[in-house]
Structure formats: structure tokens, C-alpha cells
Design a protein. Structure first.
Length: 253
């Protein structure tokens, strides 16, 4: 059911104190006239013939200044800034953040949302709508290569660190095919592993952290821990505690 708030022209210049859109009037007169971002965006999309079904967000606090669209496992949202006219857009494939951007033009927002729901690839999206941007990991997810990309990111990030034990641990783990098939991550001081790179990440695999002086702590998901001497021994302990059915989940977009 569509919620529409009609504001007569007399309300716009001096919005009443309890008007939820009052502070947005100078920068967003078009949105205020429509009553909400959802209504304004739906109107723009309808005029363009996009066939979008623009929805309210689930959060009551964003009822007037945010909107979302979703179809076929993809979704996108738009949000109004308060201090400057700017619509922030975020695009998602399932649980993976694929692209974002900001523009002051509501017609550009509608066009980008339409392109995304029509299953444009992220490269096509940002080429068509230059206010949008994407990143290497998003493109890797799209190609089904997110796990190798996460390993590349992790190895690059620790390559210059002064923590030589962490660097040795990452390289030792990468050297084992069983772990290289899993998605690596960092949680505080722990090196973690997941069957898939897309959230929600697995929580049933062991983790390992450097302790200093060449020693490492390996943590089982049942709470058990052990200490290992050297990165190679630590990785062997991780492998020993992997579930029998561990395997990288296939990634699809």
C-alpha cells in the first residue's frame, strides 16, 4: 500500500514545526512536494517508463528520506543527505555490496536503479551512470572469483606489515590448497576462514592468530585452543580441525 503525504504549496516556504520534511524544503522542494523520496522517485521512474516498483524502507526513521527497489535477487537503495542536495545510492547482489554513488539529480538515481535491476554488470552500470562507482572485489564476485580476490587483497595488505609472523601465517595458509579454497578474513588479531566470500560468512571453521616469538594460537569453534610453534605448524593444526565436509561453496550472481 502506498503512503502519500500531500503538501499544499502554502506549506512549502514555511513548513509547520511538526512537518517531518521541513528541514529538507530548501534543498529538495520536488521531494517535499511529493511527500517522500519514495513518492518522488516513483514519479520520476514512471515518467521515464522504467517500470520500477519503489518501496518504503523498513526503518520508520527513514520513512520520508529513503527508498528501495528489489527484483530477482538484486536490490538498491537511495537516501537523501540533509546538509546538501545529494542522493546516495547503493546497489546489492544478494548480500554483496556491488556499487554506490551520489548525485543531486533524481532522474539519474532512477536511471541507475533501473539499469541495476535489469541486471547490468557493474562495469556497464558505472559506464552508463558515471556518478556510480564499483571496486575490484565486486567485479570478482560477479565473475565468481571472489575467494581468489580476497586472498590477493589479504596478501597485499600484509606484505608491507611489520608483523612478520602474520605475513608468514598468511603465506603458509595460502600455500595449502585446502585453505586457499576458503575465503580468508581478519577478525581483530585472528585469521579466519569461510566457505564463501559473500555474507553471511561461516562461523564453524577454526581460526589462528600470532602470539609473538614465533608462536601461534589456533582456536576451534567449540572453544578449544592450542599453541603451535611456527606458521607451518599452526596451519597444520587448522587443517586438522577443519570439518570433514569443508569445501568452498560455489558463488553465483
Amino acid at each position: 500500500m502506498t503512503d502519500r503525504i500531500t503538501l499544499v504549496p502554502e506549506q512549502l516556504p514555511g513548513a509547520v514545526p511538526d512537518d517531518a520534511m521541513r528541514s529538507y524544503t530548501p534543498l529538495y522542494p520536488d521531494v517535499v512536494r511529493a511527500g517522500s523520496l519514495r513518492n518522488a522517485l516513483q514519479d520520476v521512474a514512471d515518467r521515464a517508463g522504467y517500470g520500477l516498483d519503489v518501496e518504503l524502507t523498513t526503518s520508520p526513521g527513514w520513512r520520508y528520506v529513503a527508498a528501495k527497489v528489489a527484483a530477482g535477487g538484486r536490490s538498491a537503495n537511495a537516501l537523501m543527505a540533509l546538509d546538501v542536495r545529494s542522493f546516495a545510492v547503493g546497489c546489492w547482489a544478494g548480500t554483496v555490496h556491488m556499487a554506490d554513488g551520489s548525485t543531486d539529480d533524481l532522474s539519474e538515481v532512477a536511471g541507475a536503479l533501473h539499469a541495476w535491476l535489469r541486471r547490468a554488470r557493474v562495469g556497464e552500470l558505472v559506464d552508463q551512470w558515471p556518478f556510480m562507482r564499483t571496486w575490484a572485489l565486486a567485479e570478482a564476485h560477479e565473475r565468481g572469483r571472489a575467494i581468489p580476490a580476497r586472498w590477493t587483497q589479504l596478501r597485499t595488505s600484509v606484505a608491507g606489515t611489520r608483523n612478520t609472523e602474520l605475513r608468514a601465517l598468511v603465506e603458509a595458509a595460502f600455500g595449502r590448497p585446502e585453505l586457499r579454497a576458503l575465503s580468508p578474513g581478519r577478525s581483530m588479531y585472528w585469521l579466519t576462514f569461510s566457505r564463501q566470500a559473500a555474507p553471511p560468512l561461516c562461523r564453524d571453521l577454526p581460526a589462528v592468530m600470532p602470539l609473538g616469538n614465533g608462536r601461534y594460537r589456533v582456536r576451534h569453534t567449540d572453544g578449544r585452543t592450542l599453541e603451535a610453534e611456527g606458521a607451518d605448524e599452526a596451519v597444520v593444526a587448522v587443517l586438522a580441525w577443519l570439518p570433514a565436509d569443508v569445501a568452498a561453496a560455489p558463488e553465483t550472481m
